[in-house]
Each structure stands twice: as structure tokens, then as C-alpha cells.
Ligand binder design. Structure first.
Ligand code: NCD
Length: 316
């Protein structure tokens, strides 16, 4: 695997813009990298000599570690930046930070930032560097969407025609938006479920069905994707108490009986156990949560390889 077929684009900013062919290409490439990460020596030379900086202005465990592992397993040279302890605390802007990083001859920045649109902004202003969005505010988290779609395809054989219900704080979830755009492009039918205060008023315009009752929402689902309440993005007061939320929208073994017997349960992490997911479901045999995490490494290897692996990079 030395010649990258390429994505014919320089950046990965979201799943809203990706075609079915592009998503298929990423998933197929991720399948090959799944084999690489199951080998005793998990390393290929595909990105030897490429410099990648992971620019994280927000907390992260899975996304940051898996991007770093993906970069190392592709033999790229990668550097991690976290805003705490950096010159951001001295008042340096996002753009100045990124321009300085670009000046050090960096091929790619992987950016997580609390502002929606931050990675689009950098893609508009950086002239040499590929930008990969690792989560921009409540907007998109494209590699999470891709690893979710990959996990569904892997477990259920196909995404087309499957019914996926996403439960929780849809308004503040970048995972929900990337999942909805990506899954609908791949032919899945998508429903969202949550308290009305956590669903955007115009959510139907994204082509999803809307439920406010969990038992009803999961009845016909092949996939149940449970989300964390994004307290850090809320102004508060969207539900009376966590106990109340959990009683109505938390998934436990009892409520899971309303779903199809072979429905799978997903969660992007981090889980707030006892709030959106009961431990018996999170750790139960229907949960594919840790598979999602493993697939995340393969999917991020695929994205990096397809964007950076070619000998020339004259995409858009
Ligand atoms: C998600 C995120 O940061 O958007 N986590 C992740 O990347 N796996 C979801 C969340 O924080 O709830």
C-alpha cells in the first residue's frame, strides 16, 4: 500500500460534504488498516517523512490517543499540542498559533476546538497544510461519524436500509450531526430521541424522525447510539435533574427489552455511567463501544493516508 488512491480533497472538515463513494473509500481503506493493527508489528511506512501536529484546544482521550497512534503506525512524525500550557494562555489566537505551526513545515494539523467552524476557518487561512477536524464545538466530528459507520457496517454487514436511533443531547452534539449526515448519505434511516429541550427545533430538516419516548424510539432500531449530555456546551436548565433524565432517557437492561433482540448499542465515549447508560448495558453483549474505539484507530489511519499519502497533493 504505497500509492494512495486519494480523496481528491485537501481537508476533512465534516461528513456533510462527503459523497457515498468517498465514505466507501475511507471505510474500505480502514478495513485494510484494521488488519495492520491486528498484526504483532503495527507499522507501515506510508507517511514516512510527513509532519503532523495534533492541535487540541479541548479535552480528549479517545480521539487524541487514536490520532496519535494512527500517525505513529503510519510512520509520520507527530507532535501533540494542548492549549493549556501553551501560548494560548498568553493571549495568542487560534490563527496565529496555526500559522506558526504551519511555518514549521507541517503537512497536517488535526484540530479540536470549542468553536463551531474553527477547522473551516483554519482551512480557509492555511495555505500549505491539510486540516482534519477532530471536533469543532457542537458542529461536526467527522472521524467519529466515520468510525460509527464503520462499526455498523462491520457488525451488521451493511449500513444501507438500517435503522439508527441517536439518543440524548442532539442540540449540542457534534457526533449526532456527523452521524446523521454520514449515515443518511450511506442509506440508513435515522431517528433522534431526547427531551424537546435537547433537540434543535428544525431537526426534521436533516431528514430524521423525532421521538421523545425512548421505548418507542428503539422499537424498530438496528442500532442505538447513546450520547453524553454536553453540560460544558449547555447554558443549563434543559431538564429538571440527572435522575429525571436518566429515568426517561437512560438505557438499562429493562428498557433494552423493547428493542430488537439483535440491536447493537453504541456510545462515542466518555460514558457517564448511570446517566445515559447503565453499566449492565455498557458492558453487556449488545455493546460495541470498545469496537468503536478500535475501529477509530483504523479509520483515522485511513483518513490520514488518503489525505496525505499521495506523492503530490494538488486536491482542492
Ligand atoms: C465526543 C466528543 O468529544 O465530541 N467524544 C469523542 O470524541 N469520542 C463525545 C462527547 O464528548 O460526549
Amino acid at each position: 500500500m504505497t500509492e494512495a488512491p486519494g480523496l481528491n480533497r485537501r481537508h476533512l472538515l465534516g461528513l456533510e460534504q462527503l459523497s457515498r463513494q468517498e465514505i466507501d473509500l475511507i471505510l474500505d481503506t480502514a478495513d485494510s488498516f484494521r488488519e495492520v493493527i491486528d498484526r504483532p508489528i503495527r507499522k507501515v511506512p506510508a507517511l514516512r517523512g510527513r509532519n503532523i501536529v495534533n492541535l487540541f484546544f479541548e479535552s480528549s482521550t479517545r480521539t487524541r490517543i487514536s490520532f496519535e497512534l494512527a500517525e505513529k503506525q503510519l510512520s509520520a512524525d507527530s507532535v501533540n499540542f494542548t492549549s493549556s500550557g501553551s501560548s494560548v494562555s498568553k493571549g495568542e489566537t487560534l490563527l496565529d498559533t496555526a500559522r506558526n505551526v504551519e511555518s514549521m513545515k507541517v503537512d497536517c494539523v488535526v484540530v479540536r476546538h470549542p468553536a463551531s467552524g474553527a477547522s473551516h476557518f483554519l482551512a480557509d487561512h492555511l495555505t500549505q497544510t491539510t486540516v482534519i477536524n477532530a471536533g469543532d464545538g457542537a458542529h461536526e466530528h467527522p472521524t467519529q461519524g466515520l468510525l460509527d459507520i464503520h462499526t455498523i457496517r462491520d457488525r451488521l454487514g451493511n449500513v444501507d436500509g438500517k435503522r439508527v436511533v441517536i439518543v440524548g443531547d442532539i442540540t449540542h452534539s457534534r457526533v449526532a450531526r456527523s452521524d446523521i449526515w454520514g449515515l443518511r448519505t450511506m442509506g440508513a434511516s435515522v431517528a433522534v430521541c431526547g427531551p424537546p429541550t435537547m433537540l434543535p427545533v428544525d431537526i426534521e430538516s436533516m431528514g430524521v424522525d423525532v421521538f421523545h419516548n425512548l421505548e418507542e424510539a428503539i422499537k424498530d432500531a438496528d442500532v442505538i447510539n447513546m450520547l453524553r449530555i454536553q453540560l460544558e456546551r449547555q447554558k443549563g436548565g434543559l431538564f429538571p435533574s440527572l435522575r429525571e433524565y436518566s429515568r426517561l432517557f437512560g438505557l438499562n437492561a429493562e428498557k433494552l427489552k423493547h428493542a430488537k433482540p439483535d440491536a447493537i448499542v453504541m456510545h462515542p465515549g466518555p460514558i457517564n455511567r448511570g446517566v445515559e447508560l447503565d453499566a449492565s448495558v455498557a458492558d453487556g453483549d449488545r455493546s460495541v463501544i470498545l469496537d468503536q474505539v478500535t475501529n477509530g484507530v483504523a479509520v483515522r489511519m485511513a483518513v490520514l493516508f488518503l489525505l496525505l499519502g499521495g506523492s503530490d497533493r494538488d486536491g482542492d
